[in-house]
Ligand binder design. Sequence first.
Ligand code: SF4
Length: 156
Amino acid sequence: MNINLQSVDPSETQSGEKLYTPREVAHKLDLSVETLRLYEREGLFVPYKLSSGHRRFTEQDIEWIVCIQRQIHENKLNFAGIRYLLSMLPCHEMKPCCLEDHAVCPAGNKACRPCWDFEDTPCRERGENCRSCVVYQQVLNIDNLKQILSVKFKCD
Ligand code: SF4
């Protein structure tokens, strides 16, 4: 039989990280696949997409989703509150962006949502991938997130 390998979804990233389907994550975290879709639509995370367009989740993504749930259920934040917290990340300093980009970026100082939730930031218009960006990677590493924000507020 002729198997088209292109149509087979891999279960690992190229670096060997295990990938989970939305259904597996939903089962693991006792939530629905619709809730995962909602978190994505609300701009709380950037999904890993296979070439087929299907979503997959790494362990790091799962930890981040657990953190989102904690903010909702324990800290009583709504989606706008979480987006606002994430918008405080000094992305232009973390990346860092050139002055020209910073001047025109819609995710500038007055934004109330994280930079990856904008379609038209200069970096996204250049085709940069938010998932592999240092800004988003720091968010996925929850321990760093607190540290970044505390440094930011001490400096301001
Ligand atoms: S590439 Fe994406 S995550 Fe990185 S700074 Fe630009 S918009 Fe933000």
